[in-house]
Design a protein around this ligand. Structure first.
Ligand code: NDP
Ligand code: X2X
Ligand code: MG
Ligand code: MG
Length: 545
C-alpha cells in the first residue's frame, strides 16, 4: 500500500492536492485568543523557557504500567499518529484511532494506515467518550478545530495529549478545567520514531504538563508512561515545558534540521552542475551524503564528523564553516527572535488563513529544483568518498548545528534541549532525504516544520549566493585533498581544540554517554536505504494532501 501511495505522490508531486482550507470559525477563534507565552510575566517566561531536567533511567522503572487498563485513543493517523501508536501497542497499550467521518468514508491515508495495521478505527462519537487518554496527533494547523470538536466529547477527568506545544503556546488554546493536558514530544520525524524503536532504541523526548491543566496531579506520571511506551526513555527524556518545547522545536526545524539541509542540497547540487560534474553523481552525492556524514555526527558529534576528514580537508571544512557562520549568524538570530516574539507564528497563521498561499508556492518551487528532478546515478560512492568529496556539506552541517545551538542557548533554552534539537536530530532528518529527497523530508515532517523550512530557504539561499559563487570548487563533488597531506601543525592543533571546545560538543559528550543502546545503520547505499524504507508501516499522509 505504501508503495502505491508513494508512487501516486511521485507522479503528482508538483500538483499535490492543497491542504484543506481554514474554517472561517477557526480564523475568528484564533483572532480572539492570545499567545500564551506573551501573556506570561518575564519571570514566568524565563522559568518556562529554562525548564529542562534530564531524567534518570530509574524514573522509568515502571515503564508504561500507569496506562494499564486505560484506553488510549489517537486522533489522526499520520507521521506521528501511526508510528507512535505502533510503538505504544508493541509496549502493551490499548490503542485505537478516532478519525473524522470523511477520512473513514473516503478511505483516506489515515484510515488506510490505521486499518491496514490492524487497529480499531471509529468516529469521534464512537471513541472519544470512552478514552482515558486522547492523543491529538493531527497537524498543528488543524488543532483549533480538532480540539474544539473533540473536547466536548471527552469524559470528565480524561487527559488530552499533544506532541508539540504550538496550539497551547502560540494559539493560546484554553482547555476544559477538568481535563489534564500533557505533552510528549519526540525530537524526531514520526517514521524515525518507529525505526529507532524497532532497532531497540528510541528518540529523545520532551515531556511536560500544562500548568493550568493538571487538576488531579496525574499529568506527569501519565506523560512519563506515554514517553516510555513510545521508546523515548531509551534515548533520553527531558522534564520540560510546553514553552521550552515550542521555542526550541520551531528553531531546530527551521534552521539546521530541515532548512539548512534543503538549502544545502539545492546549492551543492547546482554548484556541481556548474562545474560540469555528472548530474547523476551530484544528485547521489547530496541525496545520500547528508545521512552518511551525519551518521558520524550521531556517534561522535561534530568532532567525530570532522575526524572523518583527512587533515587538509578538515582544516578547509573548519574554515568554510567559520565563514558560513559569519554569513548566516544574523539569519539564525532572526529566526530565533521571531520565534520567541511570536512574529513567526503570526506570519505562519496568516498563511494558514490565506489558504496556504506561501506554503504551496514554496512547495511547488522545491519540486522544480534541479536536485529534486535529477535521479541519483547508479555509480558506486564509497562511504569515505561522501566525506572526501563533500567537504562543503560537512562545513554546512557543522555551521548549522553550532549556530542553531548557540542561538537557542542564548535565549535561555537549556543545552540538553538545544543539543537534541540541533545535533541529535540532524541524522534522523537526513535519513528521510536519503529515502526520497526533499519531497520525503517535507512530507514526513510536520506542517509547521515544512513552512519554517521553506521560510528559511527563501532567505538563506540568496544570502549564500556570493559565497557559493566564490567557494573553492574542489570542496564539493571531487576529492578535495589529492595526495598532499601536509598541514601546519599549530593550525591543526588549534582547529582540533576549537572543534572540541564548542558547547554543543561539551554537552554532547555527556548525553551520548547515556545512549549506549544507539544502533548504527548502513548508510550511503541505495539498496540499504530502500530495504529500510520497505519496512516502514507508514504511508504518505495528509501533510501534503
Ligand atoms: N511530523 C513529524 O514527524 C512530527 C510531528 N510532531 C507533531 O505531531 C503532531 C502531528 O503531526 P504529523 O504527524 O506531522 O501530522 P500529519 O500531517 O502526518 O497528519 C496527521 C493526521 O491528521 C489527520 N488530519 C488532518 N486534518 C485533520 C482534521 N482537520 N481533523 C482531523 N484529522 C485531521 C490526517 O488524516 P486524514 O487527512 O486522512 O483525515 C493525518 O493522518 C503535530 O502536532 C506535530 O507538530 C512532532 C514531532 C515530529
Ligand atoms: C521532525 C521534527 O522533529 C519536527 C521537525 O519537529 C517536525 O516535523 O515538526
Ligand atoms: Mg521536532
Ligand atoms: Mg516540529
Amino acid at each position: 500500500m505504501r508503495r502505491a501511495v508513494l508512487a501516486l505522490a511521485a507522479c503528482t508531486s508538483t500538483a499535490l492536492m492543497p491542504p484543506v482550507g481554514p474554517r472561517r470559525a477557526d480564523v475568528a477563534l484564533r483572532a480572539e485568543r492570545v499567545n500564551y507565552y506573551n501573556s506570561l510575566t518575564q519571570a514566568e517566561k524565563l522559568d518556562q523557557l529554562g525548564r529542562c531536567r534530564f531524567m534518570e533511567r530509574s524514573e522509568f522503572a515502571d515503564g508504561c504500567a500507569c496506562l494499564e487498563g486505560k484506553k488510549v485513543v489517537i486522533v489522526g493517523c499520520g507521521a506521528q499518529g501511526l508510528n507512535q501508536g505502533l510503538n505504544m501497542r508493541d509496549s502493551g497499550c490499548d490503542v485505537s484511532y478516532a478519525l473524522r467521518q470523511v477520512a473513514i468514508d473516503q478511505k483516506r491515508a489515515s484510515f488506510v494506515n490505521a486499518q491496514s495495521n490492524g487497529f480499531a478505527v471509529g468516529t469521534y462519537d464512537d471513541l472519544i467518550p470512552t478514552a482515558d487518554l486522547v492523543l491529538n496527533l493531527t497537524p498543528d494547523k488543524q488543532h483549533t478545530s480538532v480540539v474544539n470538536d473533540v473536547m466536548p466529547k471527552m469524559k470528565k477527568g480524561a487527559t488530552l495529549a499533544y506532541s508539540h506545544g504550538f496550539n497551547i503556546v502560540e494559539e493560546g488554546m484554553n482547555v476544559r478545567d477538568d481535563l489534564t493536558v500533557i505533552m510528549v514530544a519526540p525530537k524526531c520525524p514520526g517514521t524515525e520514531v518507529r525505526e529507532e524503536y524497532k532497532r531497540g532504541f528510541g528518540v529523545p523526548t520532551l515531556i511536560a504538563v500544562h500548568p493550568p491543566n493538571d487538576p488531579e496531579g496525574k499529568g506527569f506520571a501519565q506523560a512519563k508512561a506515554y514517553a516510555s511506551a513510545t521508546g523515548g526513555d531509551r534515548a533520553g527524556v527531558l522534564d520540560s515545558s510546553f514553552v521550552a518545547e515550542v521555542k526550541s522545536d520551531l528553531m531546530g526545524e527551521q534552521t539546521i534540521l530541515c532548512g539548512m539541509l534543503q538549502t544545502g542540497s539545492v546549492l551543492c547540487f547546482d554548484k556541481m552542475i556548474q562545474q560540469g560534474i555528472d548530474a547523476g553523481y551530484a544528485s547521489k552525492l547530496v541525496q545520500y551524503g547528508w545521512e552518511t556524514i551525519t551518521e558520524a555526527l550521531k556517534f561522535g558529534g561534530v568532532t567525530g564528523m570532522m575526524d572523518r576528514l583527512d587533515n587538509p580537508s578538515k582544516i578547509k571544512a573548519f574554515e568554510l564553516s567559520e565563514e558560513l557562520k559569519g554569513i548566516m549568524s544574523p539569519l539564525y538570530a532572526k529566526h530565533q527572535d521571531d520565534i520567541i516574539s511570536g512574529a513567526f507564528s503570526r506570519g505562519m497563521m496568516a498563511d494558514w488563513d490565506n489558504d496556504d498561499a506561501n506554503l504551496l508556492k514554496w512547495r511547488a518551487a522545491t519540486a522544480e529544483t534541479g536536485f529534486e528532478k535529477t535521479p541519483a546515478g547508479s555509480q558506486d560512492i564509497s562511504e569515505q568518498e561522501y566525506f572526501d568529496n563533500g567537504v562543503l556539506m560537512v562545513a554546512m552541517v557543522k555551521a548549522g548545528v553550532e549556530l542553531a545551538f548557540e542561538k537557542m542557548t542564548a535565549v535561555g533554552i537549556k543545552a540538553e534541549s538545544a543539543y537534541y534539537e540541533s545535533l541529535h536530530e540532524t541524522p534522523l532528518i537526513a535519513n528521510t532525504i536519503a529515502r526520497k529527497k526533499l519531497f520525503e523530508m517535507n512530507n514526513v515532517i510536520s506542517d509547521t516544520a515544512e513552512y519554517g523550512c521553506y521560510l528559511y530557504d527563501q532567505a538563506c539561499a540568496p544570502l549564500l549566493g556570493d559565497f557559493m559563487s566564490k567557494v573553492d570548487p574542489t570542496t564539493i563533488g571531487a576529492k578535495f585533498n589529492n595526495g598532499d597531506n601536509g598541514v601546519d601543525n599549530a593550525k591543526l592543533v588549534n582547529v582540533n581544540a576549537a572543534i572540541r571546545a564548542h558547547p554543543v560538543e561539551v554537552v554532547g559528550r555527556e548525553l551520548r554517554g547515556y545512549m549506549s543502546d544507539m544502533e548504527s545503520i548502513s548508510v550511503g547505499d541505495a539498496a540499504a536505504v530502500a530495504a529500510r524504507a520497505a519496512g516502514l508501516e507508514w504511508a504518505a499522509t495528509s501533510n501534503q494532501a
